[in-house]
Design a protein around this ligand. Sequence first.
Ligand code: G6P
Length: 490
Amino acid sequence: FERVDWRPPRQRLLVVANRLPVSAVRRSEDSWSLEISAGGLVSALLGVKEFEARWIGWAGVNVPDEIGQKSLTKALAEKRCIPVFLDEEIVHQYYNGYCNNILWPLFHYLGLPQEDRLATTKSFQSQFAAYKKANQMFAEVVNGNYEEGDVVWCHDYHLMFLPECLKRHNSSMKVGWFLHTPFPSSEIHRTLPSRSELLKAVLAADLVGFHTYDYARHFVSACTRILGLEGTPEGVEDDQGRLTRVAAFPIGIDSERFVRALEVPQVQDHIKELKERFAGRKVMLGVDRLDMIKGIPQKILAFEKFLEENPKWCEKVVLLQIAVPTRTDVQEYQKLTSQVHEIVGRINGKFGSLTAVPIHHLDRSLDFHALCAVYAVTDVALVTSLRDGMNLVSYEFVACQDAKKGVLILSEFAGAAQSLGAGALLVNPWNITEVAASIGKALNMSDEEREKRHRLNFAHVTTHTAQEWAETFVSELNDTVVEAQLRIKQ
Ligand code: G6P
């Protein structure tokens, strides 16, 4: 017999997220350029390859005309992406408003808007209505592209209504929902006026996933306290005995992509240039979206404190802070940009010389290869988020450090602290004195200790990949649906 290399057909996956992995910029009436979007969700999902995946989401641009919508749909199809077109008013109320002014700060323990962020209760209600409407628009695009047997994987806080919209239309659809931010303590979630509706809508999914066990636990206790539903070790059971499975699935990155990039000649040249540029100085690095949850002002103030207490380091260390602009239409983000600029300017004025400044601050992203080169020349990475679902910058840094074995200073309030805690120096980012002391410890750490800590982190990052994360979630979702069917038959 001739040997036939048979493989089962790859499972079709519809990945639904507010933001597509590419954002569109209009060049002319019918031509578009597509750029990789920023953020942890995109960088992880780019590493997921084993599925026949299609993406459904917003391309980050308002396209009111038919020619534009048709040409963008065609351009995105080449990237296996399907657009959801959101008009300006919806973007304003749903994305800037309910998602980024209400849910995002709340889920990161920054509380509900105070008066200057939430003028009247009426605006809250219209934002919530727009949120539900936008979720329904996503559902319609999913329904239009769904084929029997597909797995539909909904992502993040933008789409908490989506499981309910999808199941209402087709109760046999396999629906998973995954949150990329923390899920806060039930005491925080309780403060949200629409707390019950959101929880019920998420519970329509078959499987609900979080980055850490703590977030999953908070979600289950919110369902118990707010909805009065029973939490079991498997998840949450409703009054009719239907179980929504709830579990933790810590995300990872495509570590090989980073390791391979370091071999690219262009990256090696860049590494050489950077080494020459910063010769005689230790390089510290921060890479963050310019978001209040990232703790950028606190980090820079800790660096200032370190320089004040250790003046001999002033000429021997540089902090590269790459602050990627994000959600620039939201007022809080505009205020943060000015605040960070003011602090950086003050510190550079205070500690700079004619030839060097202690902080290089960039208000933009770097392309993938430039980013890998910067990671590779860094001695100490500072990831000091005030709260963070996971934080994959910490993983990317570790993946690029096998030659240098640099130190990772990591916030204990980032999900990554639960996986990289043994190798990193953990800090409370609110405690500027502690962060300043950790900077000193990292810069003075012995080679043996750096090596030992790096080994632990590197082993984790290279074995807990994005691919493994996605496979585990999807296979758990398939199993959950089969088990639920068996339960019904019994
Ligand atoms: C976080 C969120 C993602 C989001 C990303 C970028 O990582 O969890 O859902 O896409 O930030 O934010 P943006 O608002 O630009 O999509």
